[in-house]
Design a protein around this ligand. Structure first.
Ligand SMILES: [Zn+2]
Length: 447
């Protein structure tokens, strides 16, 4: 059922430009501080009590953020899956600008990354990253320095305890022998499926069943409970990690960023645990900065996770040169600037190992086509291409066939009832749609 719309032209005004109002070029807030980025694979903001008052999930993160976090309330990933999203998070570039769309796309060698730039500034660099994609095989963390530890094996994905323990051990060993700052990247697959529960695991076959009507279909509530159970485990391990750093006095000169590459979907838009769409449940992710001396605050600005590299350089180094194309969030953080912004995102995926394993188990292509009912398909690729722009007030989604979906974020935050944009006589809706579509055209389609 369509919900009644209350629309103001005020909504459209911020869409006309994207600027961070700069009052000054501040000195680094935390010069030469250590930098730790914690990227939790597949962690949607809507499941966290920090972002959703109806949840009691991840209580420590919420408590900690209320004491010392700069919480971005509307942070969005640039893609719904691991590789392109992390390419944005660690290079500041849109994935489509550097050709990182499909599992076969490695990060180009000539693209500066946050770790490269911090290394040039005298930082040691270390990454612990389980799961595929954010590894040297895809050109992450492989330039000029020994810096990577990780496993791609599914058996190692239940890794929250291990990844935080390894991170702490590395910090302690490093600080015994060195005086320079470090950049530590921790990427956990703990909350990614398959899920471990007290009643038994939820497997890829269960997910296939949920999406295809092939096999025994579990209630979606079981998936959500299992997923959120893993989030709570992760929250507990994060607590041990953070408190150990705090108790040893290390947080006085350490910036910690807590974020995710994308969320997860549980039948909000007909698919479960596939994270291929661009709706809020998949692209709205946590983003919290813990910065020495900065008071806790919640920022409502719509931001992109590709702003993380430029923000870190602003916070921790004296570099004035703009090395990354995405705007820094520093002036939002320190209260001297404002972001009238938007977030852009794209979905395009190759038929990956998950899909191959699905086909191995169920040679039922018709059922797979039901999942990927829209898009271009050839022998090797499932290649839907969705584009979207999200502002504080609206989401416009462009489907592969060019059709559009417009969602009012105030009236319909679950994005269930698209606004009727077919009526040419509704000039306000037409103007809003045109201005949003122009942002997609400018940022994606014209490149
Ligand atoms: Zn991921």
């Amino acid at each position: 059922m369509k919900k009644k719309l209350i629309i103001s032209l005020i909504f459209a005004i911020p869409l006309l430009y994207y600027s961070v109002v700069s009052l000054s070029a501040p000195n680094p807030i935390c010069h030469n501080c250590n930098v730790i980025i914690i990227s939790i694979d597949t962690l949607g903001a809507k499941h966290l009590s920090l972002y959703n008052p109806e949840k009691i999930i991840a209580p420590y993160l919420k408590e900690l953020a209320s004491k010392r976090g700069v919480v971005f309330d509307s942070a969005f990933s640039q893609a719904p899956w691991t590789l392109p999203s992390h390419s944005a998070m660690l290079t500041g570039q849109y994935p489509w600008d550097i050709g990182v769309f499909l599992p076969t796309d490695a990060l180009p060698n000539n693209i500066p990354t946050l770790s490269d730039e911090l290394f040039k500034q005298g930082y040691a660099v270390k990454a612990f990253s389980n799961g595929p994609f954010v590894t040297p095989s895809w050109n992450f963390f492989n330039k000029d320095f020994e810096s990577f530890s990780g496993s791609m094996a599914i058996k190692d994905w239940n890794d929250a305890k291990q990844i935080f323990t390894d991170g702490l051990s590395w910090i302690e060993e490093f600080e015994e022998k060195n005086n320079n700052p470090y950049f530590l990247f921790l990427h956990s697959f703990h909350v990614h499926d398959p899920y471990t529960t007290t009643e038994g695991n939820i497997t890829i076959n269960d997910i296939v069943a949920a999406n295809t009507d092939v096999g025994e279909i579990k209630n979606v509530e079981e998936f959500i409970a299992a997923y959120e159970g893993e989030i709570n485990q992760l929250d507990y391990e994060f607590k041990q990690f953070f408190q150990t750093l705090e108790n040893s006095g290390r947080l006085d000169d350490t910036i910690i960023v807590f974020t995710a590459d994308h969320g997860e979907e549980f039948d909000e838009h007909d698919t479960t645990a596939m994270h291929l769409s661009l709706y809020n449940e998949v692209t709205n992710v946590p983003l919290v900065f813990f910065i020495p001396g900065i008071e806790p605050v919640i920022k409502k600005d719509v931001v992109e996770i590709r702003s993380i590299p430029s923000t870190i350089l602003d916070l921790a180094t004296p570099l004035k040169e703009k090395l990354f194309t995405a705007p820094s969030l520093t002036q939002i953080i320190n209260g001297t600037g404002r972001n009238d912004g938007y977030a852009i995102m794209v979905s395009a995926i190759q038929k990956d190992s998950t899909i191959n394993s699905i086909e191995k188990v169920y040679e039922n292509i018709e059922s797979l086509d039901k999942i990927f009912s829209v898009g271009i398909r050839n022998e090797d690729y499932v290649y839907p291409l969705y584009s979207s722009v999200r502002t504080a007030d609206w989401r416009l989604l462009q489907n592969p066939d060019g059709s559009l979906e417009l969602y009012d974020q105030h009236q319909d935050p679950e994005e269930q009832s698209p606004v009727d944009i077919s009526k040419g006589n509704n000039s306000e809706i037409s103007k809003i749609t045109e201005s949003l579509l122009e942002l997609i055209e400018r940022n994606i389609n014209n490149k």
